[in-house]
Design a protein around this ligand. Structure first.
Ligand code: SAM
Length: 215
């Protein structure tokens, strides 16, 4: 496996600070070239653990947040995962590495230009197991439901009900919820009941859509 040299110190720190433990998550972060998902002028900052602008008022998530969300989702090879908020496509690529060739990542982005750009980068890097869809992710993506795992990369007023409906029994959702004060929530569906756990405070861009905030 080719390892991104510049990512090694970031991953070592995230391990030390307890953000990541799972070997699959560690290997995926070491493998995906974050600079490929950034605009030309920001590529030199790719291995700084912070959100960065990707245009259209949106950001690529910080590296620790991508790692933490992957850990919380407890991703396994072969799973079908729905991402709401493709952004740059970086987070989808990390998840695609973890679920592997037998798994699939369906990712929805509401801004057509971002969806198109992410689709091109993911294709160029060979992520054939990622399907990019342009639309309102608060409604999920029924044609490929149900999903083993769902995560949202923008904060809404609540976890949208269509996403809970499109989650398999035994499945998990990780999502930021709130406006000024936001919390990362882990939902688990077991025997059609939903269990909720609050993970930590976070700061995400708003989730805009029918089951999110209004524009
Ligand atoms: N994980 C992404 C990455 O690695 O680049 C970062 C995503 S960015 C923080 C959140 C994205 O969610 C933005 O691109 C925004 O346009 C998108 N978004 C917001 N509301 C949405 C919705 N209802 N459906 C789909 N995408 C949405």
């Amino acid at each position: 496996m080719q390892v991104i040299k510049e990512m090694i110190p970031v991953v070592e720190r995230l391990k030390r600070e307890g953000y990541i433990r799972n070997e699959k998550v560690i290997q995926a972060l070491l493998k995906v070239p974050r600079e490929e998902f950034l605009p030309e002028e920001l590529k030199e900052y790719a291995y700084i653990d912070t959100p960065l602008s990707i245009g259209y008022g949106q950001t690529i998530s910080a590296i620790h947040m991508v790692g933490m969300m992957c850990e919380a989702l407890d991703l396994k090879e072969g799973q079908k995962v729905l991402e709401v908020g493709t952004g740059s496509g970086y987070h989808a690529a990390v998840v695609a590495e973890i679920v592997g060739k037998d798994g699939v990542v369906v990712t929805i982005e509401r801004i057509p230009e971002l969806a198109e750009r992410a689709k091109k980068v993911l294709k160029r890097l060979g992520y054939d197991n990622v399907i990019v869809v342009c639309g309102d992710g608060t409604l999920g993506y029924p044609p490929l439901a149900p999903y083993d795992r769902i995560y949202i990369t923008a904060a809404g007023p609540k976890v949208p009900k269509p996403l809970i409906d499109q989650l398999k029994d035994g499945g998990k959702i990780v999502a930021p919820v709130g406006r000024k004060i936001q919390e990362l929530i882990l939902l688990e569906k077991r025997e059609c009941k939903v269990f909720e756990k609050r993970l930590c405070e976070v700061a995400f861009v708003p989730l805009i859509g029918e089951e999110g905030w209004r524009e």
